[in-house]
Design a protein around this ligand. Structure first.
Ligand code: F6R
Length: 255
């Protein structure tokens, strides 16, 4: 694992964008795992700039997103498909049919999550997963306490998450109560993970991810072979370590 502490989120986002750019240059057919939320937006802007300048191309790349609200059509301005189109896909040369977001309107969610995971596997697995982290430590819609071996599935949003998200909807009753989300186990299969975290409100979550008990648990599972791809969130992890990278300007006390 490598922890990169930056002074500004722009600097951290540039570094993260450079990792994606380097991957695309080395492997134009790269499989990307993408996240929504405010955190990756400056990184997406940096990538769109690189693409417009002809420095990188997503033409042969494929992407899979972490999660989607259940019940929202892709045209809804709070759906994650809409978010991805507006914040990244509409500004780069990726082929839209190669971008995948879970279908929040799927009649049979079991079928949907199964085919989603199968498609990732068929594409060769995720080469680089971009992650944000919630202030309570959630990753995708996996709240703290989610099983470390959880797969893509239906999840119920916690009352806190529903409350937090209410600001994006006209009225509280409009906030979806459920979502489809990749599981912790599915995410950990990525060959490389870049986790970005900005701001003082994420410091505890980053500290917990880097130093907390869950890290120990993940390591134990990895040693037992319970987590494919290995997940090292401790500096003492055995090489080669392909664990998450944390880019956080605040996590270690910097301004
Ligand atoms: C979104 C996702 C979420 C966010 C998290 C942080 O796809 O996976 O777990 O990463 O809620 O959100 P922001 O970036 O808005 O602080």
């Amino acid at each position: 694992m490598e922890i990169i502490i930056c002074k500004t989120k722009e600097e951290a986002s540039r570094k993260a964008a450079d990792l994606v750019a380097a991957l695309l240059k080395a492997k134009p057919t790269a499989v990307l795992g993408l996240a929504t939320g405010s955190t990756p937006v400056p990184m997406y802007q940096a990538l769109a700039k690189d693409c417009a300048a002809g420095k990188i191309s997503f033409k042969k790349a494929k992407s899979w997103n972490l999660d989607e609200y259940l019940g929202l059509p892709p045209t809804h301005d709070q759906s994650y498909r809409y978010f991805m189109d507006k914040n990244l896909f509409d500004h780069i040369d990726i082929v839209k049919k190669n971008t995948h977001v879970l279908n929040g309107l799927a009649k049979d969610w079991r079928k949907e999550v199964k085919s989603y995971e199968a498609a990732i596997k068929k594409a060769g697995g995720i080469d680089l997963q971009v992650l944000g982290i919630g202030s309570d430590g959630h990753i995708a819609f996996n709240e703290p306490g989610s099983s470390l071996t959880s797969r893509t599935r239906i999840v119920s949003l916690t009352p806190q998450t529903i409350k937090d998200n209410a600001r994006f909807f006209k009225k509280a009753a409009d906030v979806p109560k459920q979502a489809l989300s990749m599981g912790v186990g599915s995410i950990m299969e990525a060959k490389r993970i870049v986790l970005l975290a900005f701001g003082a409100n994420k410091a505890d979550a980053v500290k917990g991810a880097v130093e907390g008990g869950v890290a120990e648990e993940v390591l134990r599972l990895a040693r037992r072979g319970g987590v494919e791809g290995g997940a090292c969130v401790r500096s003492a992890c055995p090489a080669p370590c392909r664990g998450p990278q944390v880019t956080s300007p605040r996590a270690c006390g910097s301004p």
